[in-house]
Design a protein around this ligand. Structure first.
Ligand SMILES: NC(=O)c1ccc[n+]([C@@H]2O[C@H](COP(=O)([O-])OP(=O)(O)OC[C@H]3O[C@@H](n4cnc5c(N)ncnc54)[C@H](OP(=O)(O)O)[C@@H]3O)[C@@H](O)[C@H]2O)c1
Length: 399
């Protein structure tokens, strides 16, 4: 049922992705109202609220859930909190947006021992637990009658959406997809430790192209009224390229180093139930700014989707001082030479359209495009890929 009043939003977390979400919900005008933000630290929440146009700070996550004027909570918190916070929010009758990855293996079976070697856990055990967490989140929201929406911006990126529209118009069959996200290394020291992130580049970055591929094949089947097309098997490899010995002798290597127990390079080849294939990768070893691309080879057309960089604007400056401290694009820290200053990253990345879909879905009582099922399927593919890489063989996915 269509609501007349704005949808009340509660943000949880006040870091990098929370700032993106705050900008995007704010841009929706009267459709959404950013009512409160909660972190572990009320003072930090207050600072964030002031800086990002949120009405106020909640004392705690529980206090945020207790408010009647909040309809939807957006969880912008570390991966180990995704399941418990989703379950608590569902119990409180709130719709949930959960950022990627939906779940991760961060040693949830090892207790609180800070010395536990999380990355040493067999990959099959990781697969089992990460998937169980994801399925529990989907079930908790289903049981509570609230929506679980998965924060996969790629399925809302203008290039991917237009390609999906043309695929429908041309009624093409996707034969093969190749896509990846890569840059010079995460800003966060937590990204270097399995116990915090639950994996490396394949999970943090590869989750995006994997999500887009699973969604595109899901759409192809839906359009034709056919049985769902799902991932059935994977092969994969992962590596820490910063450990290549020759780098020790270099004085000017720009690649981020210091990865403790996670990969900074990884790919997965996905076999789909209709025989088509997807090749997805993530890397923290790529210079030149954030690179997010998807190439789709269909039976009657080809598509190249550029999320970042793109050439909406190309600029040249002979020296970095010309543009001063102006923001160019994600993971580019110099405006010298030819650059691609992206006019609106929230739009090109799909974040803006994603937040609009989540809000409109709840307001009108229809499902969102990116849902918890998609998030759970991505988790299954990523952790099956870790099994395949560790065991050096093709791994079948359970239905
Ligand atoms: N494109 C994308 O979709 C995208 C991009 C980047 C990140 N992400 C995802 O977003 C999530 C957060 O990443 P980030 O880069 O935003 O991390 P971040 O900058 O470190 O922010 C994490 C936030 O979580 C808060 N937090 C931690 N524990 C909490 C608790 N118990 N209760 C309430 N708040 C808590 C922290 O605040 P306090 O310390 O004050 O509690 C902090 O503000 C991750 O799952 C990541 O994978 C998605």
């Amino acid at each position: 049922m269509q609501q007349d009043r704005p949808l009340g939003i509660g943000l949880v977390g006040a870091g990098f992705i929370a700032a993106t979400r705050a900008r995007c919900y704010r841009a929706l005008g009267g459709r959404a109202a950013l009512r409160a933000v909660a972190t572990r630290n009320p003072a930090r929440a207050s600072d964030f609220a002031q800086a990002h146009g949120v009405a106020g700070a909640a004392e705690s996550f529980d206090a945020l859930l207790a408010r009647d004027d909040i309809d939807l909570v957006d969880l912008c918190v570390p991966n180990d909190l995704h399941r418990p916070m989703t379950e608590a929010a569902a119990r409180a009758g709130k719709h949930v947006v959960c950022t990627k990855p939906l779940t991760a293996y961060v040693g949830q079976d090892l207790g609180d021992d800070p010395e536990a070697e999380v990355a040493a856990t067999p990959r099959r055990r990781m697969l089992e637990l990460a998937v169980a967490d994801a399925e529990a989140m989907v079930a908790a929201c289903d049981a509570a009658g609230v929506q679980l929406m998965y924060g996969e911006n790629w399925v809302y990126a203008p290039g991917v959406v237009r390609a999906a529209g043309l695929l429908g118009q041309a009624d093409g069959t996707i034969l093969d997809m190749r896509g990846g996200e890569s840059h010079k290394g995460s800003h966060s020291p937590y990204s270097k430790l399995w116990r915090h992130t639950g994996g490396g580049a394949l999970l943090r970055l590869g989750a995006h192209p994997i999500g887009a591929m699973l969604w595109l094949k899901r759409e192809e089947a839906r359009r034709r009224g056919a049985a769902p097309i799902v991932a059935t098997a994977v092969t994969a490899d992962v590596a820490d390229l910063s450990r290549i010995a020759a780098l020790d002798a270099e004085t000017a290597a720009y690649v981020t180093r210091g990865w403790v127990d996670v990969e900074n390079w990884g790919f997965v080849s996905i076999a789909f139930s209709d025989g088509s294939r997807g090749l997805a990768w993530g890397a923290d070893t790529t210079l030149g700014g954030m690179e997010s691309r998807l190439d789709i080879q269909a039976s009657n057309a080809r598509y190249r989707c550029n999320l970042s960089p793109n050439d909406l604007l190309q600029a040249y400056a002979p020296d970095a001082s010309v543009f001063g401290d102006a923001y160019i694009m994600e993971k580019v820290d110099s405006g010298a030479g030819w650059t691609t200053p992206i006019p609106d990253e929230d739009w090109t990345s799909g974040h803006l359209a994603m937040c609009a879909d989540f809000v409109d879905a709840v307001r009108s009582g229809r499902p969102a495009r990116s849902d918890g099922r998609l998030g759970a399927d991505v988790v299954r593919v990523v952790y099956a890929a870790y099994v395949a890489a560790a065991e050096g063989r093709r791994v079948a996915l359970d239905a």
